[in-house]
Design a protein around this ligand. Structure first.
Ligand SMILES: NC(=O)c1ccc[n+]([C@@H]2O[C@H](COP(=O)([O-])OP(=O)(O)OC[C@H]3O[C@@H](n4cnc5c(N)ncnc54)[C@H](OP(=O)(O)O)[C@@H]3O)[C@@H](O)[C@H]2O)c1
Length: 259
C-alpha cells in the first residue's frame, strides 16, 4: 500500500474506505492530484471529464497508486441537456455520494484579451463555461449527495483579485464564490455541507511539461488531502464554508464566513 503523505499542516490522515467521491474535472490539472490522494486514502473516486483521451491519461497516470480505493471514469458535460439525468444515473450506479468536488475550468478560445475587446460570443462562452456550468453542477449533484456529505467547489484567486486579460475567468470566479456561499447558507445544517476553496497557483502536469514549475506552489495531492479531511469531517475547517488554500506551508485556512 502506498504510504499516505503527511503534509506540514496536517493532523492524522483520514481513512476514506467505503466513501464515494465524484471529482468533476478529475481529468484536469488540479483534478489529477485530488483524485490520486482520494484513491490513496481508500475512496471510490468517480472522476469525470468531457474528453475520453484525457480520462484515459488520468487512469494511466494514477495506475501505480496503492491504497484501498479505486478509480472509475465517466464522461460528463456540465453544459449538456441531460446533466440532471446523468447525475441521477451516476448516483444510481455509485451513490449516494459522500463528496462531490467541482473542479472545472474553461479558458475559451480567445486567449488573454482585455475585457473591453471581448466579443459577445466570447463573453457568453466564458460565462457558460465557468459560471453557468458550476451552477448547473450544484443543482444536479446536491440532491444525490448524502446529508452528511460535502459538495465543494475549487476556485482561483481571481475570485478576489483583478485579472488583466482574464475578465471572463475572474468575474466567473467571483460569481461562483458568491453562489457557493449562498448555497451553503441556504442549505445550512440540512446538509450536505457546501464549501468554497480558493486556491493559489497549482503545480500541474501540463505546467511542468511546459517547463513552468515552482516548488513553492501547491500540489494537487495536498489539495486532495484537505478535501479528504472535509469528507471525513476530521478537518478543523469542517464548519467553515469559505476557505483559502494558497500557501503551501500554511495549508488551508478559514475565510470569514461560517455556517
Ligand atoms: N491550475 C491552477 O493553477 C489553478 C489555480 C487556482 C485554482 N484553480 C482551479 O482549479 C479548478 C480546475 O482547474 P484546472 O487547472 O485543473 O483546469 P483544467 O486542467 O483545464 O481542467 C479542467 C477540468 O474541467 C473539465 N471541464 C471543463 N469544462 C467542463 C464542462 N463544461 N463540463 C464538464 N467538465 C468540464 C475538463 O474536462 P475536459 O478537458 O475533458 O473538457 C477538465 O477535466 C478550476 O476551478 C480553477 O479555477 C486552478
Amino acid at each position: 500500500m502506498t504510504e499516505r503523505t503527511q503534509f506540514a499542516w496536517e493532523g492524522a490522515r483520514p481513512d476514506l474506505t467505503g466513501k464515494v467521491v465524484v471529482v468533476i474535472g478529475g481529468s484536469g490539472g488540479v483534478g489529477e492530484g485530488v483524485v490520486r490522494t482520494l484513491v490513496t486514502d481508500g475512496a471510490t473516486v468517480v472522476a469525470t471529464g468531457r474528453d475520453l483521451s484525457r480520462l484515459a491519461d488520468l487512469v494511466a497516470n494514477i495506475s501505480t497508486v496503492g491504497g484501498g480505493g479505486r478509480l472509475v471514469t465517466e464522461v460528463l458535460d456540465a453544459a449538456g441537456d441531460g446533466l440532471d439525468d446523468e447525475a441521477a444515473r451516476l448516483a444510481e450506479r455509485y451513490g449516494p455520494f459522500d463528496g462531490v468536488v467541482i473542479s472545472v475550468a474553461s479558458w475559451g478560445e480567445q486567449g488573454r484579451k482585455p475585457a473591453l475587446s471581448l466579443t459577445d460570443a466570447e463573453w457568453d462562452d466564458l460565462i457558460a463555461g465557468n459560471l453557468t456550468s458550476v451552477f448547473r453542477l450544484f443543482r444536479a449533484f446536491v440532491p444525490h449527495t448524502k446529508k452528511s456529505g460535502i459538495v465543494l467547489q475549487l476556485n482561483g484567486m481571481s475570485a478576489d483579485l483583478a485579472f488583466p486579460g482574464g475578465a471572463g475567468i475572474a468575474l466567473s470566479a467571483a460569481a461562483t464564490k458568491s453562489l457557493t456561499r449562498t448555497i451553503a447558507a441556504e442549505l445550512g445544517s440540512r446538509g450536505p455541507r457546501v464549501y468554497q476553496v480558493v486556491l493559489g497557483v497549482v503545480r500541474t502536469r501540463a505546467r511542468r511539461a511546459a517547463g513552468i514549475d515552482d516548488l513553492g506552489w501547491l500540489d494537487g495531492e495536498e489539495i486532495g488531502a484537505h478535501i479528504a479531511g472535509l469528507v471525513a469531517a476530521t478537518s478543523p475547517l469542517v464548519g467553515i464554508a469559505l476557505q483559502y488554500h494558497v500557501e503551501k506551508a500554511t495549508g488551508p485556512v478559514a475565510g470569514s464566513v461560517r455556517f
